[in-house]
Write a protein that binds this ligand. Structure first.
Ligand code: NDP
Length: 253
């Protein structure tokens, strides 16, 4: 594992923690000392994560997990999650809105309504609902940090990627609006473009590609974790996880 900021005593909500990039963000954050609230639908993936975090804790004494099986299209469920975090911890230090779906790659005129609506529900509406649910808890932290997973597709809308590209452009806009609203508070909000990463989503998008040519999600996740550092000053930017640098897409007002 990479060197990470010390997250001892910090509580981190990570969505999409059952596999892929979110699974490794959760592991890295726990290894850095955080109590990870791990959200996804697949209980087996969450339990595997819990086993790994327990094994790491046995070695180092660091990190814990609370598992939350939840479908992020369940909007009242997202509201209840915020309430449960408030009851147990009274605050939240880190939000990682990582869960996402690709939908179907195909011409816009052929996309079924239910596919478009699902992509928007998970990638946009669910993230907004999560923001609404945990914003007061992040403001209770002395150094609240929000990390919103975007994609290069938000800026390079290619043929057949319409629903996913639109959803990632929308979620980046949400992140930047939230960052602007909160810029005079300790809360720091940034988007991340992980770049092509060896996960199930990438294999679905590019079935002919050799996954061995892509970075492992553990490596990409390790590059993302410093955005949770209490020392971070940047907000409202897009972080490129491959080059480990911030990009600014700020337009003149
Ligand atoms: P994976 O498909 O490997 O993992 C997606 C995660 O999201 C899973 O844990 C899944 O859990 C969770 N998820 C999906 N739908 C729901 C839902 N309805 N409710 C709760 N959780 C859900 O994806 P990646 O790890 O590749 O992607 C992570 C993020 O990075 C995404 O936002 C993606 O758009 C972005 N990204 C990825 C790139 C890549 O090359 N891999 C490139 C650019 C961006 P479960 O199914 O158990 O619910």
């Amino acid at each position: 594992m990479n060197a990470h900021p010390d997250l001892t005593g910090r509580t981190a909500l990570v969505t999409g923690a059952s596999r892929g990039i979110g699974y490794f963000i959760a592991r890295h954050m726990a290894a850095a000392g955080a109590h990870v609230i791990a959200v996804a639908r697949t209980v087996g993936g969450l339990e595997e994560l819990d086993d790994e975090i327990k094994a790491e804790n046995a070695r180092t004494g660091k990190g814990e997990a609370t598992l939350v099986p939840l479908d992020l299209t369940d909007m009242p469920g997202i509201d209840r999650l915020g309430g449960a975090i408030h009851e147990r911890w009274g605050k939240l230090d880190i939000l990682v809105a990582n869960a996402g779906v690709l939908g179907v790659i195909g011409p816009l005129a052929h996309i079924e309504a239910k596919v478009f609506e699902k992509v928007m529900a998970v990638n946009v509406t669910g993230v907004w609902r999560l923001i609404r649910s945990v914003d007061p808890l992040l403001h209770k932290s002395d150094a609240g940090r929000a990390i919103i997973l975007s994609s290069g597709a938000a800026h390079n809308a290619r043929a057949y990627w319409g629903p996913y590209a639109a959803s990632k452009a929308a979620v980046e806009a949400l992140a930047r609006s939230w960052a602007d609203e909160t810029k005079n508070t300790p809360l720091r909000v940034n988007s991340v473009n992980p770049g092509a990463t060896r996960t199930a989503m990438r294999a679905q998008a590019m079935p002919g590609e050799n996954p061995e040519t892509l970075p492992h999600p553990s490596e990409i996740a390790g590059n993302i974790v410093p955005l949770a550092s209490p020392a971070l000053t940047e907000t409202g930017l897009i972080f490129d996880a491959r080059s480990k640098s911030f990009l600014s897409y700020q337009m003149p007002r």
